[in-house]
Ligand binder design. Structure first.
Ligand SMILES: Nc1ncnc2c1ncn2[C@@H]1O[C@H](COP(=O)(O)OP(=O)(O)O)[C@@H](O)[C@H]1O
Ligand SMILES: [Mg+2]
Length: 288
């Protein structure tokens, strides 16, 4: 099978971003939901795709993942279009929901030819224009996450800076390299989002330093993460961010003056500004 690089499929400027980490509890969903809301507030047209059977992003937007309404499952398994299952959840903000049925998708897709690129095909056929498409992935590197990587141009990796944070990272990056080699040559790891950040601890600072050193080793190579950076905007630990999902609200609806809202607004500005892909190490490193 021959795969066409993304920029030959469509000339539009939509940025398709897969938010991945095979570890749970690192801030993927919180980032997908609140970065999306922040970008939408800045006037960007944003669509969130919930690719996790746990459907936390769906719940966070106030929808019940009860298996009753159309969801991404219907796109992947039943050939429905993205337009069929997409729903508006705010100004400039749409959601393709997940539901409990998605838990079976892995098995149902097992024998299907081209199962890794179903999502990409569905996106290619979709005519609706967005500036950003954010894919919230499950904590695994299974077929759903591979579908996200095959459909994405960019990867964001949320990371909680603790002692073992870097351990899973090489496996995750190797997976992006494999997908880039076999299915999606244009795939790029844009950066790491530090979540649940306690900036004043020595541990957090050490992890950030190790992470930068690790990423710097790949500069100038053809690895998908050769230009990856640690985003300057760090998401501090903030109780409001933990509370808002249970109210079915984003941080901007629930606690617009919180540090959580402030941090995701800052991240959105950094993300929507032109990211210097291919730029050398971060300024701090260059200065060091
Ligand atoms: N910056 C933060 N401050 C406080 N709690 C957070 C923060 N980011 C995430 N959380 C909470 O931590 C838990 C895990 O975050 P989540 O985004 O669901 O991770 P993942 O999607 O990677 O499993 C959730 O209960 C979430 O509300
Ligand atoms: Mg999640």
């Amino acid at each position: 099978m021959v795969f066409t690089p993304r920029d030959q499929i469509s000339g539009d400027a939509m940025r398709r971003i897969a938010i991945i980490n095979q570890k749970g509890g690192v801030g993927k969903t919180t980032t997908a939901v609140n970065l999306a809301a922040a970008l939408a507030k800045q006037g960007e047209r944003v669509c969130v795709l919930d690719l996790d059977p746990q459907a936390h992003a769906t719940t966070n937007f106030g929808l019940e993942p009860d298996g009753e309404r159309p969801s991404i499952y219907d796109v992947l398994v039943r050939n429905r279009t993205m337009a069929d299952v997409r729903k508006e959840v705010g100004e400039n903000l749409s959601l393709v929901a997940s539901d409990i049925n998605l838990a079976g998708a892995e098995v149902e897709l097992a024998g299907m030819v081209g199962r890794e690129v179903i999502l990409r095909e569905a996106m290619t056929q979709d005519t609706e224009e967005f500036d950003f498409l954010l894919m919230d992935c499950a904590p695994s590197l299974g077929v759903l996450t591979i579908n996200a990587l095959a459909a994405a141009d960019e990867v964001f990796i949320p990371l909680q800076p603790h002692f073992f944070a870097l351990h899973g990272l090489s496996k995750l990056l190797e997976t992006t390299a494999l997908v880039a080699r076999r299915i999606n040559p244009g795939l790029t790891v844009s950066g790491v989002v530090l979540c649940l950040y306690d900036g004043n601890t020595r541990l957090a600072q050490e992890v950030v330093r190790d992470l930068r050193e690790f990423l710097a080793q790949s500069r100038g190579t053809n690895r998908p993460w050769a230009a990856a950076k640690v985003f300057d905007a760090k998401i501090r630990r903030n109780i409001k961010l933990a509370e808002c999902p249970s109210f079915g609200r984003t941080i901007f609806e629930y606690a617009p003056k919180s540090t959580g809202a402030e941090d995701y607004a800052a991240l959105a500005l950094e993300v929507s500004g032109v990211i210097e892909v291919g730029s050398p190490a971060e300024p701090e490193m260059a200065a060091a």
